[in-house]
Design a binder for this molecule. Structure first.
Ligand code: NAD
Length: 292
């Protein structure tokens, strides 16, 4: 079992660090929040007072932070204090592709291997240890990160070079955002045309319009499996987080000169919904905006 530093014990990181401890790893945990440190302690981790204290002697350093600037700041602090070349840096945060590549290059310049390993799956999957990890990095980096990530998830996939984990994550979530909006539109059109929602679901879920947004995450209450729509759009994947990922996708598309008009349209709609004070609702609640 390894000594692991875990930095960022929020909604996602708290459960992930707990699963590493449950798997028998020696987890040194750090967060700026005292409450998060208390929860990590209760979950079997050893709380420490700084990122560098967590990293001292660690074989792996896992970060689960809000955005690229937080990852850059923590890595700068770690490199200033020296990180052993034997340590693997694993960033599980969702951040922009450019920063993911930049911090990996910075790590290399400091003689350390880094991978980007963002996740698919929300807080429930983080707590249950059923996340999917998309990993960007060298073969050697992937081999070091894989067993650690496997203790927190059900699938660990090597996407390619550094930055491709983040690329996979935001391309996937752009697709999710766009299909959710399209699914909501289709239900509303069917309704206006006099079609019962359940009947439309029964037909479309076995026809060519089928998607995960329809059959696994139906935005209409009372139709399909139990989803946030059945709980007044509470829980699930917040509109604000979907908007964050759509903005990251738009930024990456601009840098790469990729034409993504549907992603841009989805970002615009989620921005309007968040501006209307609905950023805390599950992203399938976008059907409310379309209803007007
Ligand atoms: P969160 O805000 O709940 O947690 C982030 C934690 O990082 C906080 O506890 C904060 O105190 C801590 N932090 C910030 N700066 C720090 C620093 N310098 N040193 C130590 N700790 C610091 O966010 P979250 O929901 O856990 O999300 C974390 C990441 O996972 C984000 O990048 C998010 O986009 C991604 N993500 C979230 C979900 C989700 O459903 N919540 C799903 C997939 C991916």
């Amino acid at each position: 079992m390894a000594r692991i530093a875990f930095i960022g014990l929020g909604n996602m990181g708290g459960g992930m660090a707990a699963n590493l401890a449950k798997a028998g790893h020696d987890v040194r945990a750090f967060d700026l929040s005292a409450d998060a440190l208390d929860r990590a302690k209760a979950a079997g981790c050893a709380p420490v007072g700084s990122a560098t204290a967590a990293a001292d002697g660690a074989e792996a350093i896992v970060t689960m932070l809000p955005a690229g600037r937080h990852v850059e700041a923590v890595y700068a602090e770690l490199f200033a204090a020296h990180v052993s070349p034997a340590t693997i840096l694993i960033d599980c945060s969702t951040i922009d592709v450019a920063t993911a590549k930049h911090v990996a290059a910075l790590a290399l310049a400091n003689g350390v291997t880094a991978v980007d390993a963002p996740v698919s799956g929300g807080i429930g999957a983080a707590n249950a240890g059923t996340l999917t990890f998309m990993v960007g990095g060298t073969d050697a980096g992937f081999a070091l990160a894989q067993p650690i990530l496997a203790a927190m998830g059900q699938a660990v996939i090597h996407a390619g070079a550094n930055g491709t984990g983040q690329a996979a994550k935001i391309a996937n979530n752009m697709l999710l955002g766009a299909t959710m909006v399209a699914t909501c539109e289709a239900f509303l059109l069917a309704e206006k045309l006099g079609l019962d929602a359940q009947t439309f679901y029964d037909i479309s879920s076995v026809s060519s319009g089928q998607s995960w947004s329809m059959t696994r995450y139906c935005p209409v209450p009372g139709v399909g499996p139990d989803t946030p729509a059945d709980h007044d759009y509470q829980g699930g994947f917040a509109t604000a987080l979907m908007l964050k990922d759509l903005k990251l996708a738009a930024e990456a598309a601009k840098d790469a000169d990729a034409n993504t008009p549907m992603g841009a349209q989805a970002a615009d709609l989620y921005q309007r919904f968040a501006d209307a004070g609905q950023g805390g609702l599950d992203f399938s609640a976008i059907i409310k905006l379309l209803r007007g």
